[in-house]
Structure formats: C-alpha cells, structure tokens
Design a protein around this ligand. Structure first.
Ligand SMILES: [Zn+2]
Ligand SMILES: [Zn+2]
Length: 302
C-alpha cells in the first residue's frame, strides 16, 4: 500500500476512536485487586550465583529461567487470578462465558490455579496453544489474564533485582527479565529509547538501532514512523521488509515514565491499523500476531 493510503487508513482509525470507559473501569478493578493482594516470591526463577549468568545475558538470554516455574506453586498469583475471574463474571456476556470455561478447566485439573499457572509458564509455547484450544479461550486473553495475575509478583522481583539490573548492559529489544517483546517503545532522547515489556512490565533503555529493531532495515522508504499525531505523541515504527511494527511514544519533552497498561489501551487504534496493514507486533511470531485480547476490548470496533 502506498503511503498516502496508509496515512488515510491510520487517520480514519484515529478519528474513530471508541469510548474507552469500559476498558479503563476493568483495569481499575484489577488495580484494586493488586492493592489488596500480596506478591509471590519469584526469586527462585533466577540464579544470581550461576557463574555463566553474565555470559548468557551478554548473548541475550533473559534472566528468568522458564522451566523453573515448575518448581513454584504461586499461591498469591492463583488468588489474584480467581479474583480477576470474578470481575470477568460480573462483566457478563462474553467475558462471563470465558471465565466459566476457564473455571471448568481448572476444576477438572484438580490443581490449584497457581499450580496450573506455574505449569503453563514452565512449558513451551505449543503447550500453551493446546491449553487455549482445550479451554476454548483465545490465547491473547489467556496471556492477558496470566500477566495481570503475575504483575505485582514480577514488580517485586524487579525491585529485588534492581541493583543487578541497573548494571546490566542490554542492547536487545526483548525483555532482559522474562524475554517477552516490548509492548511499546518510548523516545526519551534523541539517542536513547526505553522499551516496556509486554509481559512482566519491566522497562529498560538502549540506544536505538539505526534501522528496524527486528531486521535492521535502514531504507526510510521501507522503515519509518508511520503516524504521529501532533498531540498524542504516538505512532508506529513500521517495517515493510520484515512486516513488523513497534508502537512508539515520543516523550522527549513530556513526563518521564509511562504506564504501559494505559498506553496500550490508548494506542489500540494503532494496533488495529497496523493489523489491517498486515503488520505484526515486533517480536511476536506470526501465529500469535493477534492484538492482545482484553476483556472489554473484545467488542471494540473502529
Ligand atoms: Zn519482561
Ligand atoms: Zn524490519
């Protein structure tokens, strides 16, 4: 698609921004759950005494060892998951249906929610896909519910490791803690870019590559910032060569840290537009390249 057509399509999406109140209310309820819950200790996932740790990090291997999740029971995470399910049910309609399917699956497994979550995280992605099919719950929704249930536990882990993480030289576009791709990039200065992890919400800075963060393309005809609203300071860094994109926020002159959850909702129109252009989010395999499906966003139509 030529660039005028792309711009028009993107502009249409922007104009058609829907009413977001429902989504933010759901998020508010999850925040209330976080405020009244306790984190699980995830430190067992990271072995700081491991002599090869620095060497592995320098090769881009993230800190958290996923198979180690199998050793955890995650009781607090399980409890938060149950509370989020209650909020889902209260929402009625499609959300309630999904919550009921998940509850049925959990009951049949005879394990606690926390144990099921730990096992899901310890296994390979193919297993996750199979579970999502068995449950008849879309994978992106399932991922969203897991990450919201794990959020304060990951935040605790980040706090515990902050001294270590501060000294880390990390020039990759995936998360140094959990290995997930960024949900959003933030221009903090002309030569610094901050990334926010899609899954564990960690943020890290690196110097932006000259070209596409995924394939290195530097031709500005193929790799460019597609849309930038004068007031919103949001856009997508899109690459025609590898067909990936990264949502970007320009805050060189604005406030410092972003709330990536809120920013994700505010940038939903950009995800929709990028999806229609046939682009997939940076770092996500083709089969998973769906917009993250959130309760309350399911019925979103531009
Ligand atoms: Zn992460
Ligand atoms: Zn590329």
């Amino acid at each position: 698609m030529e660039s005028a057509g792309r711009d028009r399509l993107l502009a249409e999406h922007i104009r058609a921004r829907p009413h977001l109140r429902d989504i933010f209310q759901f998020y508010e309820k999850i925040e209330e759950i976080w405020n009244t819950s306790h984190p699980d200790d995830l430190l067992a996932l990271v072995d700081l005494r491991d002599a090869s740790l620095r060497e592995r990090l320098s090769r881009g291997v993230p800190l958290v060892d996923r198979p180690a999740f199998a050793r955890l029971a995650l009781p607090q995470t399980g409890q938060q998951f149950r509370k989020i399910m209650t909020v889902m049910r209260q929402g009625g309609g499609e959300r309630e249906q999904y919550a009921n399917r998940i509850a049925t699956f959990m009951r049949n497994g005879r394990k606690s929610e926390g144990e099921v979550i730990a096992e899901l995280l310890s296994r390979e992605d193919g297993h996750f896909d199979a579970i999502s099919e068995t449950m008849e719950v879309p994978r992106p929704l399932l991922v969203y519910l897991l990450k919201m249930s794990l959020r304060i536990s990951f935040e605790r882990l980040h706090e515990t490791l902050i001294a270590f993480l501060r000294t880390l030289e990390w020039e990759y576009t995936h998360c140094p803690v959990c290995g997930a791709p960024p949900v959003i990039g933030q221009a903090v200065s002309n030569d610094r870019r901050r990334y926010y992890c899609f899954f564990c919400s960690f943020h890290w800075e690196s110097s932006p590559m000259a070209g596409c963060p995924s394939c290195g393309e530097t031709d500005s005809e193929l790799f460019n910032l597609l849309y930038k609203h004068p007031n919103e300071h949001q856009g997508i860094l899109a690459c025609e060569t590898c067909r990936t994109y990264l949502k970007m926020v320009d805050q060189r002159a604005g406030p410092d840290l972003l709330n990536p959850d809120i920013q994700e909702v505010l940038g939903l129109h950009l995800d929709m537009a990028a999806g229609e252009l046939g682009l997939r989010p940076l770092g996500q395999p083709l089969v998973q390249a769906e917009i993250i499906r959130r309760p309350g966003i399911d019925d979103y139509r531009p």
